[in-house]
Design a protein around this ligand. Structure first.
Ligand SMILES: [Zn+2]
Length: 195
């Protein structure tokens, strides 16, 4: 997870929020809503990554209500409550489900820097009790995510070690940005070569 900046609210969402008075259920109202503009705005803001696990989004994304819309009808079309999530069955939106805890952090609101420690073998550790609970509640340590992170991060670490004696090539390599797991990627670079 990393801090995200929320773009301006899509017109369609603002209209839906204004006209929805709780007259039909939250689920029905959300199902009937054309989510394309909200989905695209979030996809761009999140650089094509899941807002929670930072894996690459596929065609099948989910717009997560950070706080479940069943808590209050006004949460249904509340732009500040929406995060674009992957559809991994063991993590993120699917894992959160209809649950909610006050210690959870919305990456559009709270900067998670310093909360999670990533390892080149794909594991992640919470650096506080809350952070460890978030990892479990969001499934950020599920086997499929660990395997995906391991693939990216162990390759990264091998490349860094191989380039340690070639400063120019290393500097060139470091200009490249991670196309997924950017938080973990930056941590491995920092922990391996100290920049
Ligand atoms: Zn995810």
């Amino acid at each position: 997870m990393h801090k995200l900046s929320r773009p301006s609210q899509p017109v369609e969402l603002a209209q839906a929020k204004r006209s929805y008075t709780g007259n039909i259920s939250q689920d029905e109202a959300w199902k009937a809503f054309d989510k394309n503009s909200a989905r695209e705005a979030l996809r761009i803001a999140q650089n094509g990554l899941c807002g929670y696990c930072e894996s690459m989004l596929t065609q099948t994304t989910r717009i997560d209500h950070f706080e479940p819309k069943k808590h209050h009808y006004a949460l249904t079309f509340d732009w500040d409550n929406l995060v674009l999530s992957c559809d991994e069955k063991d993590s993120c939106d699917c894992k959160k489900g209809g649950n909610f805890n006050n210690y959870w952090i919305n990456p559009y609101v709270t900067d998670p820097t310093g909360m999670f420690k990533f390892y080149a073998d794909g594991q992640v550790q919470g650096l506080s009790v809350d952070a460890q609970n978030i990892i479990e509640d969001f499934g950020l340590d599920c086997p499929s995510l660990e395997t995906k992170r391991k693939g990216v991060l162990s390759t990264l670490q091998h490349t860094l070690f191989a380039l340690l004696d070639e400063p120019e090539a290393l500097a060139y390599f470091l200009q490249e940005e991670a196309d997924m797991f950017p938080t973990a990627y930056q941590q491995i670079i920092h922990n391996t070569i100290g920049v």
